[in-house]
Design a protein around this ligand. Structure first.
Ligand code: ZN
Length: 244
């Protein structure tokens, strides 16, 4: 199987369509695993939900997904994120809100655990450091896990019990999987935060036992035009062409 791993689409349909077209060229649509934050910030949350549903994606809940459907208190969100969440909640219909409310905190797929932030705190914790990753590994019952939330392409490996290393990934980088346990972050489809504006995702090849990270240019200006037309905050529009 060749599996497309995505996260943090954030209502950015242009970026998602670019990623799925590339994944199709890469023959990587045997399954789609989505680590959450499907909506929030971007201008087309309903279209993104419909596209994922049409492609049979498996999704877990992110903090923005739960805030948009009223299951998470948005007082933790900064002003701009909260504005975007209010806008998102207003444009989704009851069916789409039900879809968000039904998302699980985690899901186990073919020996991999999907969760948005971390197993310790699925909607709050950012796995950025080895110490935090160690606490996550202590709760991980599968060889692999997939997280998002940081919007950074990276991975952690557990080289010995309690010994965790952190790595950042580059476009086109291929990781050969061994026996060690791993935490994989495919980066963000719709709002990268590493200074690179391109959409990020990863491909997991179960037969070859490899993971490849990819970056793809997409039409950022098209998304920015839609955000402007829908009255989303200018700061959120501007950050897309800085990749922050
Ligand atoms: Zn996010």
């Amino acid at each position: 199987m060749r599996i497309t791993i995505i996260s943090d689409i954030h209502g950015n349909l242009d970026a998602l369509e670019t990623v799925l077209a590339d994944a199709a060229r890469q023959s990587a649509l045997d399954a789609i695993w989505n680590a959450g934050d499907t909506v929030g910030y971007g201008p087309q949350p309903a279209e993104v939900l419909a596209t994922l549903r049409a492609n049979g994606a498996v999704s877990v809940a992110g903090n923005h997904d739960l805030a948009a459907c009223g299951l998470l208190d948005r007082s933790d969100f900064n002003r701009l994120a909260a504005l975007a969440i209010d806008w998102t909640a207003g444009v989704l219909n009851e069916d789409e809100l039900c879809l968000l409310r039904a998302l699980p905190a985690h899901s186990i797929e073919r020996g991999a655990t999907l969760v948005h932030g971390s197993l310790r705190a699925p909607y709050r914790e950012y796995l950025l450091r080895a110490g935090e990753a160690g606490a996550h590994f202590a709760l991980q019952t599968t060889q692999l896990s997939v997280v998002g939330h940081t919007h950074l392409q990276m991975w952690f490996d557990e080289v010995a019990p309690g010994v965790v290393r952190r790595h950042y990934s580059r476009d086109g980088q291929v990781l050969a999987l061994g026996d060690e346990r791993l935490i994989l972050n495919p980066g963000s489809v719709g709002q990268p935060r590493d200074g690179d504006v391109r959409a990020g995702y990863a491909i997991y090849d179960t037969a070859q036992a490899t993971v490849m990270w990819r970056r793809l240019p997409y039409d950022v200006q098209s998304v920015q035009r839609k955000m402007r037309a829908r009255g989303l905050p200018q700061e959120l529009i501007d950050r897309l062409d800085r990749g922050v």
